[in-house]
Design a protein around this ligand. Structure first.
Ligand code: FES
Length: 154
């Protein structure tokens, strides 16, 4: 998608919100979730704001990705209540199992590990979100089973 594409869509009667939604749904070239930050420059031009304003929003909210992500984005809560019940230990376990650090993607593009702020399920920690699904009361055994589950998905 380019600025020229934006102009074409505007001339065709597409409104600005629809164009922003179109950018947000643009597929990730690596096959994972859309990585919305890539289109920040276009969104800024469309909304007539500076790129840094788009970056400020995109870098604040963990729902936005500033670079390509893997097929499965493992978002692990790192806020206090989850840490008290073992989130840090599970994050270390995931880093060791996947061979990546927080914010990185495996070389095969399967997994991205992200630590995030409270997911709103504090009573069920440690908590991890993958797509629309929450995984709660996690321990090492459950993490291992989940990794195998994701690896074997078609
Ligand atoms: S502290 Fe982890 S879900 Fe709220």
């Amino acid at each position: 998608m380019s600025v020229n594409m934006t102009n074409i869509l505007l001339e065709a009667g597409t409104n600005e919100l629809e164009i922003v939604e179109f950018y947000l749904e643009e597929p990730n070239p690596s096959g994972g979730e859309p990585y919305r930050g890539y289109y920040g420059v276009h969104v800024a031009q469309l909304l007539q704001i500076s790129s840094i304003e788009v970056y400020e929003v995109a870098s604040f909210y963990s729902q936005f990705n500033l670079e390509p992500v893997g097929r499965f984005v493992l978002e692990v809560c790192r806020t206090g209540p989850c840490c008290i019940v073992g989130a840090e230990r599970l994050i270390t376990r995931l880093e060791n199992s996947l061979g990546i650090r927080d914010g990185e993607t495996t070389a095969d593009g399967t997994f991205t590990l992200k630590t995030v702020e409270c997911l709103g399920a504090c009573g069920y920690g440690p908590v991890m979100q993958v797509g629309d699904q929450y995984y709660e009361n996690l321990d090492e055994k459950k993490i291992n089973a989940l990794l195998e589950h994701f690896k074997n998905m078609d």
